[in-house]
Design a protein around this ligand. Sequence first.
Ligand SMILES: [Zn+2]
Length: 455
Amino acid sequence: MLRSLRVLRGLLLAALTVSICAFAPSAHAQSSAESLAVSSPAAAAALVAAPAPDRLAQAYASFTPENRAYARIRVALRLLGPWYGVLAGLFLLFSRLSARFRDVAYGLGKRLYVRVLVYFTLYTLAMFLLSLPLAWYEEYAVEHQFALSTQSWLGWLGDSLKGVVFSIVVLGVVPLLALAWSSIERQPRRWWLWLAAGTLPVALAAVLLQPLVFDPLFHRFTPLPDSPLRHQLLDLAARAGIPARHVYEIDMSTTTRKLNAYVNGFGASQRIVLWDTTLRAMKTDEILFVMGHEMGHYALGHIWKFVLFLGAGAYLVFFLVAQVHAWCVRRFGALWLVDSVADLAAMPMLAIAISLVMLAATPALNALTRATEHEADIFGLELTHDTDAAERAFLQLAEGNRSDPDPPRWIELLLYDHPPLAARIRFAHGYKPWESGQKPRFYPQAQAKGVSAPR
Ligand SMILES: [Zn+2]
């Protein structure tokens, strides 16, 4: 996703709630997902013809030197990217630009709301400019170098600017940030409790509104066109207990060649969205499995569980953020011309503290999302009974994704929010409780319907 959006999401702590539910690993998904190396009819036919055990070998074979190079760059970017953001924030502090932004904000307004809005606008624009080289490399240059992006330079820049304006509007004009700042001003020791308490409603609102307000800024959503596939998908959704009006197609082909599908939103806005690239490249039974996986997220309530988890975890996160923030301001404040944690010019330090704490929490959060992704895989298998289609769908990803199907353990722990593809293929290959009469874990009808589950 866009860098500017990451700033917004980091501040709201809502990032995780909206990125957990894609089919493909997010390291390679959303803005930078998986192209389809295997989209030629001949390659696809070879895939179907291959006996299942060979698919694992195919997954390894698909990790060509070119894909390895792409994966290496992405791993480096994922590892170093957050530190680049930290450095950019430190630059604003040590160069005293942040102090200057505060002075401009104080010169332009008397009310806290106006001052926060002016400061935050300057800060966001400065961070956008400082981050632009890396964002351009990560989201545009690399994606074009490996022929994964279909977006023009101007299109990419336009989307990035839209993201900046969106974060200024949401955090600045909606008085969220001013509210947060007034709590820091009033309670310089216990402000973190207020921000933690505010996280749950803000995350809920963000998740609820994302599909309605944010997503349509960048892409067009349409209900699936009338076709045999649509009927099969709606039949599958009905069996999983999901209303048909919640299944959409999104025109991702305007920006990427990669494949994915996801579920987001909350309550009435919750929806399952298929990338049009996936619709075009995958076979019907593979799409049905991918959707079965997404329906697993939906039916197992992964989104609201994650929102609740964030709401509770926010107390620990903001407590630690407050300690780091206070210590750094005490230690370096004089150098930055920042006199207290409530000084507007300290905002970059607050963002840095949030980044550092979230970085430390990432391995635990990834372990959690890997577990929920595994649950969704199980649900998809129990819903479709189609382990073969699942393996093919995973393999399509392994090839299109250019991700390492079997990464070193430390990379998996640090970066993977989905199980690695080899693990997913291996699991799908052996998971057939309906054949051995075992109890299914998540989809109760699986056993009752027996081996002849509808496809
Ligand atoms: Zn998923």
